[in-house]
Write a protein that binds this ligand. Structure first.
Ligand code: ZN
Length: 507
């Protein structure tokens, strides 16, 4: 229906006659277990409407006119919800807070775009009468942010998380360590804050670290929005910033500077030195204490083997552990932490390289170099998150914005995000396809320097990905999406989000 624009598109939506109008007499009734979602709704609408609607306890006789009811009900999953809007009242049924929270995000998009304003607006706060039944296609719907190549403020990260929540994403993958900067305070190793967080950029110091208090603040902020934050501590590669503070953890022991060039470095953690495992074990222990979610990302990508080939300690490890070569050494390296994480009740996530050199049980694979790594992992029974770079790397330049930010790519290498079907059914049996637990968009920031550029590259690609992640495949339709995104962008305007809308979306 032309007056209804919801992104991601709900599973079932039926337009009914009339509309509900929010006014100063509207009362909210909420089941005790769904109260925080009712509060989220009040907070969301109060700046623009100037209303601070009261929330009362729900009981079965609460159904009166001019009410919004949050009612606990049995649902197939904690993220699903039913939403009924009539002329008299609004009823949200959800099995858990997450579902009620997504109903609130849907309600928000049923309200006029002015609801996004942070100041009071003159508008009729009408919500069209509808019946919606909704639940996500995938249990994992993620967005990533690299804060190492360029640092982004706590305020920006909160805005990013708000936008994720609006589009019903439930994971924020926070890339915290790199060759060019270490961004998470580890109290046991203050050198990481003093040395590894800073690089030389045109004669000036560039960098910053997130303090543990800031990290906790972001984790809490995300949690209220039903987003789990996944920390990523890269190993064994992409580790030059740490080696700058602790050269003894490298194979050569030579002096290092925090990386100043983009690309893949040859120096990595030494796999033959027990101090490396002690250091990373201590780091992981502190990081675990800050992130209550189940997933822990250890990177594992783009680890060059040249230092290991020449290092006596690494070669000794290969012999002692009966390994065939450096690929198996990398596999052995990761395995040490798989066990540590498991004993802490965490699930290890890594990029698709982690299955080179052998299979590993229970680890979750992010397939970035296309979908082949994910297909292989899904066949081996590993949970897979699809993040194929051609569709899901939002740092690729826009086709029609050659002078804009982002990385130069062959245009035939980049594909429209919307066209991704992460299950790749041709190569996987139905039961193997079930191992594909979701999708993720990645924002690497070598060529993205500011918050505005980060938004421009992410929007509206993130909106497209939200439908890949949420809406059933057989219901997705680019033509319908194109019509809706044009109207949806009005919300992003009011939210002060930069975006670039390609001509083929606007035609
Ligand atoms: Zn070594």
């Amino acid at each position: 229906m032309s007056d209804i624009v919801i992104i991601p598109e709900p599973v079932k939506l039926k337009r009914l006659q009339g509309s509900f109008k929010i006014n100063p007499q509207t009362v909210i009734f909420a089941d005790e277990k769904l109260k925080s979602s009712a509060q989220a709704f009040v907070q969301l609408i109060s700046p623009a409407t100037g209303l601070n609607l009261p929330i009362k306890n729900y009981s079965s006789d609460s159904k009166q006119d001019n009410t919004i009811i949050f009612k606990k009900a049995g649902q197939s999953c904690g993220e699903s919800y039913n939403l009924q809007v009539s002329h008299q009242n609004i009823t949200i049924c959800a099995g858990a807070e997450a579902g009620a929270f997504y109903a609130v995000q849907t309600l928000r998009q049923l309200l006029p775009a002015e609801i996004e304003s942070s100041t009071k607006q003159q508008a009729d706060w009408n919500i069209p009468a509808v019946e919606i039944e909704d639940c996500p296609r995938y249990q994992y719907r993620g967005m990533h942010l690299d804060v190492c190549r360029h640092y982004f403020s706590v305020d920006f990260i909160k805005k990013y998380i708000d936008l994720l929540a609006m589009h019903k994403f439930n994971y924020f993958h926070w890339h915290l360590t790199e060759d060019q900067g270490w961004r998470i305070e580890i109290k046991r190793y203050p050198q990481l804050s003093e040395v590894s967080a800073w690089r030389n950029e045109d004669g000036k110091k560039y960098g910053k670290i997130y303090t543990q208090d800031e990290i906790k603040e972001i984790v809490r902020y995300a949690d209220v929005r039903h987003i789990t934050v996944i920390p990523e501590i890269e190993m064994p590669g992409h580790s030059v910033a740490a080696l700058a503070a602790f050269p003894n953890l490298s194979c050569t022991g030579r002096k290092f500077e925090v990386g100043t060039k983009w690309g893949v470095y040859e120096d990595v953690y030494c796999a033959g030195n027990d101090e490396v495992f002690e250091f990373l074990g201590n780091v992981i222990e502190e990081v675990i204490s800050l992130f209550p979610g189940r997933y822990f990302h250890i990177g594992g990508d783009e680890c060059k083997k040249i230092r290991w080939e020449q290092c006596p300690k690494c070669q000794e490890r290969i012999n002692k552990e009966n390994l065939k070569d450096e690929n198996e050494l990398q596999h052995w390296f990761i395995e040490q932490f798989a066990d540590l994480l498991k004993s802490n009740n965490k699930k290890l996530v890594g990029w698709d390289e982690i299955l080179e050199g052998g299979t590993m049980k229970d680890v979750t694979v992010m397939s970035w170099r296309g979908t082949d790594g994910g297909v292989k992992a899904a066949k081996a029974g590993n949970p897979v998150i699809m993040t194929p770079c051609r569709y899901c790397y939002f740092d690729y330049k826009y086709r029609y914005l050659p002078n804009g930010p982002g990385i130069e790519v062959d245009q035939d290498k980049s594909q429209r995000t919307y066209s991704l079907n992460p299950d790749v059914p041709a190569e996987l049996t139905a039961s193997q396809a079930k191992n594909v637990i979701g999708v993720q968009g990645c924002l690497w920031t070598e060529h993205i320097k500011t918050a505005g550029e980060a938004e421009l590259m992410s929007f509206p690609r993130m909106c497209e990905l939200s439908e890949v992640a949420w809406t059933p495949q057989n219901q997705r339709n680019f033509k319908s999406y194109k019509q809706r995104i044009k109207i949806h962008l009005r919300r992003l305007d009011i939210l002060g989000v930069s975006y670039y809308c390609e001509p083929e979306i606007l035609d």
